[in-house]
Ligand binder design. Structure first.
Ligand code: IPM
Ligand code: MN
Length: 352
């Protein structure tokens, strides 16, 4: 198969984790006779410096034309000092909106129990849930601004029935081939948008009699994810709550650096690790490439390449079992570099 992939290397550790991911994708291409064409697309702080825009129009057009987008991470602390100026993150939000990537799927799987999770081991067995995070609405995209000479600020949270329905349908469909349970996380005791979410999701659930639906307030969910993570199958939630719960859930797996995601729209998709640009690690060859590599495996699945996805995930699992890991997930005295992890996975695939 021929696939055109737009690649956004981004900021911080982005170029390093993308390099390993492309290495691994190329080994899949060799093994299975695919032709992956990559196009580097400018975004984030490099695009601000060059063109004054964190997501230039040309980059968006490239992404819209390709079969999928592989995105690493953007963000640079140098923009923290000008809170009202342009930020690299704005570029990511603009791209998600323009590609209409409303459904962000974040699987939380404990591949093998790693010592670095602060959560007791007995809580971690069989943790396997997926967060369905709404990605193009809510407080992230509502009107925002300042009043009273800048001394008052607002962020408007707005959701429509259609926005809730389209991700709701996807979550219920996914539950059918999993443990058949959807948990809607919201703050319906306070927020009107949450009450609309409940109404719409209850309605959808009528079409899925075999799927259990339950409701949890976000504060309670934040606690249950640590106390009783096995109870979850699919967590369905809005943009902001999904952002927070996914970082929290990563603690179960040992490291934010391990977690992938797929951002799905009606006919466009982007694959992005959930970690940020980790500027402190930039250029040190210590960043975990697995979040990005596993995102590319979600991309293979999206392309319908199931064997390819399975072998890639087997290779990742094997690298963890053999302790070929970056220092975020094992003792730094025994750890491997970003590049060594990529090389190991590449060889494993080529030797199958
Ligand atoms: C994520 C990130 C982004 C978000 C930032 C970088 C804008 O934290 O993908 O989880 O909040 O969505
Ligand atoms: Mn986040």
């Amino acid at each position: 198969m021929i696939k055109n992939i737009s690649v956004i290397e981004g900021d911080g550790i982005g170029p390093e984790v993308i390099k390993e991911t492309i290495k691994v994708l190329n080994s899949i291409a060799i093994k299975y006779g695919h032709d992956f064409h990559y196009k580097n697309v400018l975004a984030g702080s490099k695009a601000i410096e060059k063109l004054g825009d964190p997501m230039p129009e040309e980059s968006i057009e490239n992404c819209l034309k390709s079969d999928a987008v592989l995105f690493s991470c953007i963000g640079d602390p140098k923009y923290d000092h000008n809170p009202r100026g342009k930020r690299p993150e704005d570029g990511l939000l603009k791209l998600r909106k323009r590609m209409n990537l409303y459904c962000n799927i974040r699987p939380i799987i404990v591949f093998s129990i790693l010592d670095k999770s602060p959560v007791k081991k007995e809580f971690l067995n069989q943790v396997d849930f997926v967060i369905y995070r709404e990605l193009t609405g809510g407080i992230y995209f509502g009107e925002k601004g300042r009043n009273k000479n800048g001394e008052e600020a607002y962020d408007y949270c707005i959701y429509s029935k259609t926005e809730i329905e389209r991700i709701g349908e996807m979550a219920f469909k996914a539950a059918l081939s999993r443990k058949k349970k959807v948990t809607l996380v919201d703050k319906a005791n306070v927020l009107e948008t949450s009450r609309l979410w409940r109404e719409v999701i209850k309605n959808i659930s009528l079409d899925y009699p075999n799927v259990d639906l339950d409701f949890l307030y976000i504060d309670n969910a934040a606690m249950q994810i640590i106390m009783n993570p096995k109870k979850f199958d699919i967590i369905l939630t809005d943009n902001m709550f999904g952002d927070i719960l996914s970082d929290e859930s990563s603690v179960l797996t040992s490291s934010l650096g391990l977690l992938p995601s797929a951002s799905i729209g009606n006919n466009k998709s982007m694959f992005e690790p959930i970690h940020g640009s980790y500027p402190q690690a930039k250029g040190k060859n210590i960043a975990n490439p697995l979040g990005c590599i596993l995102s590319s495996s979600m991309m293979l699945e999206y392309f319908g390449m199931h064997k390819e996805k399975n072998i890639l995930e087997k290779a990742v699992k094997n690298s963890i079992e053999k302790k070929i890991c970056t220092p975020d997930i094992i003792d730094s005295k025994l750890s491997s570099t970003t590049e060594e992890v990529g090389n190991y996975i590449e060889k494993y695939i080529l030797n199958q």
